[in-house]
Design a protein around this ligand. Sequence first.
Ligand code: C5P
Length: 243
Amino acid sequence: MARRRLVYEGKAKILYEGPEPGTLIQHFKDDATAFNAEKRDVIEGKGVLNNRISEHIMSGLNSIGVPTHFIKRLNMREQLVRACEIIPLEVVVRNVAAGSLSKRLGIEEGTALPRPIIEFYYKDDKLGDPMVTEEHILAFNWASQQDVDDIIALALRVNDFLAGMMLGVGIRLVDFKIECGRIYEGDFQRIVVADEISPDSCRLWDLRTGRKLDKDVFRRDLGSLTDAYAEVASRLGIMPRGG
Ligand code: C5P
């Protein structure tokens, strides 16, 4: 068997060279990390669940014309994606106060926000992904004004789609993070949603009970992470429970 060329290894995923130029294979690992990798564990089956859930969300976005890097799922742990130039920002959209927003501003977790709030964080592990404003993004040339406008529009479309998808299965979309990338098509550049969208990168609360169905289960030691993710997959009709 030929060895594939490793392009990048992150905390939860590996990227390999894809079969065609301009493609990559995105492999989902079972590693879980939190608090900038201060807390870490290997949770068997997490990668398989995230691969399936991210496939479901990304292909849904593609189908309504929100561009993503996702092409198709290849197997239990891998998907084929378009290679893109990752913009070094984590884009967080919040509908309900939780996590770092609650901590920073003293707003009680669970408080509905009057409008979705978008935040940017500069992707740098050594610096602990600090929050930045548009001013920093433009001053340090991480993205152009046009890029920022496109990213905000994309993030809000993802929010509307994902909030509706989750509401339909009795889940409240509290917040989520996306990463964006540039794809060059001839003279044009397009911003696409890259990376993954999964319970690792969202806060998802059961609408009725408030039960957490996301990575906070790991961050806050609230029980079985795979049970929570399997619950999300099963409600979305992706994987039967125990399957
Ligand atoms: O921790 P904080 O409240 O800022 O997180 C907001 C959202 O972004 C959460 O859904 C969290 O899972 C996600 N996030 C992420 N990766 C990070 C930081 C936050 O997926 N590095």
